[in-house]
Design a protein around this ligand. Sequence first.
Ligand SMILES: *[C@@H]1O[C@H](CO)[C@@H](O)[C@H](O)[C@H]1NC(C)=O
Ligand SMILES: *[C@@H]1O[C@H](CO)[C@@H](O)[C@H](O)[C@H]1NC(C)=O
Ligand SMILES: *[C@@H]1O[C@H](CO)[C@@H](O)[C@H](O)[C@H]1NC(C)=O
Ligand SMILES: *[C@@H]1O[C@H](CO)[C@@H](O)[C@H](O)[C@H]1NC(C)=O
Ligand SMILES: *[C@@H]1O[C@H](CO)[C@@H](O)[C@H](O)[C@H]1NC(C)=O
Ligand SMILES: *[C@@H]1O[C@H](CO)[C@@H](O)[C@H](O)[C@H]1NC(C)=O
Ligand SMILES: *[C@@H]1O[C@H](CO)[C@@H](O)[C@H](O)[C@H]1NC(C)=O
Length: 240
Amino acid sequence: MLPSTLVAIASAAVASAHTVISYPGWRGNNLVTNSTFPFGMQWMYPCGGMPTTTNRTFWPTVGGAVAFQPGWFQGHATAFVYINLGLGNEGPDDARHLHGPPNMSNPMISPLQLLGPSKAPFPGTFCLPQVPLPVNTTVKAGDNATIQVVELAVHGAALYSCVDITFADPGDPRIPHVNETNCFNSSDIGVADIYTLTLRAPGQSSVESGARRTLALDGNAAVAYLGYLPVVLGGLWALL
Ligand SMILES: *[C@@H]1O[C@H](CO)[C@@H](O)[C@H](O)[C@H]1NC(C)=O
Ligand SMILES: *[C@@H]1O[C@H](CO)[C@@H](O)[C@H](O)[C@H]1NC(C)=O
Ligand SMILES: *[C@@H]1O[C@H](CO)[C@@H](O)[C@H](O)[C@H]1NC(C)=O
Ligand SMILES: *[C@@H]1O[C@H](CO)[C@@H](O)[C@H](O)[C@H]1NC(C)=O
Ligand SMILES: *[C@@H]1O[C@H](CO)[C@@H](O)[C@H](O)[C@H]1NC(C)=O
Ligand SMILES: *[C@@H]1O[C@H](CO)[C@@H](O)[C@H](O)[C@H]1NC(C)=O
Ligand SMILES: *[C@@H]1O[C@H](CO)[C@@H](O)[C@H](O)[C@H]1NC(C)=O
């Protein structure tokens, strides 16, 4: 009896430690590397290899909280984060013959960058308390949808996790309460806005200004534009 109790406690600890979308829930543990997913399950579009689930969580029709733990992988001190919504159930049949959304192409937020403490896996939670519905989207209580959290790594590949939800009117008691235990920002995780600078608009001549050419010749320019705007602006200032 004792060993099985210990196993139960140990696996409960593992399960909670592996919760990547901590609010409103997630499809299940996809932090798996095995012969089916030799590169790691979570890299699989659109939901990290997890098929559509039926144990849906209730989430408000006006948008609500999304909390997740971004630091489970080696080598990703920074990542761009996207949160998208998939609507309806006309998507491709999946392994359990359930149909999820046809696509996850409806962004809920502008992407942002998370700044982890190091390249080693790190603990901590990041929470946006009021993620809105995608622009021009209206839903009603009882509609099903899927929230997708994408972490874009520095090399351009992305980690995917999803949670299947059913919309409920705000204040519905079936919506799990949002509070400081399930929605908080850990102090070891920083956050940055993401900007781009247009070097040449489509249809524009390829003759560039001197300052821009200097930046374009810098091998780090692409990275600078994506993640380190203050550095780029500092550089432009110096050139002016
Ligand atoms: C749904 O069930 C799976 C399998 O038991 C579990 O891993 C997952 O956390 C559950 N999801 C929710 C939102 O309760
Ligand atoms: C790998 O893990 C996934 C998720 O648990 C599972 O569906 C799959 O069957 C596993 N593959 C093997 C070969 O064990
Ligand atoms: C929403 O999903 C649940 C279970 O996944 C299903 O029973 C229900 O019929 C779905 N509702 C709609 C409106 O499709
Ligand atoms: C994505 O799915 C929505 C339904 O949620 C559908 O209206 C839209 O046409 C789809 N977009 C693409 C590009 O397939
Ligand atoms: C939202 O709807 C308005 C009015 O129909 C349209 O002009 C706008 O392009 C839409 N925005 C998006 C992101 O689809
Ligand atoms: C926070 O809400 C969850 C339900 O989402 C509940 O289980 C937990 O006890 C609450 N914590 C506090 C401190 O109220
Ligand atoms: C976490 O940080 C983000 C970005 O600064 C912020 O929008 C959000 O409100 C914070 N979450 C909480 C629970 O304070």
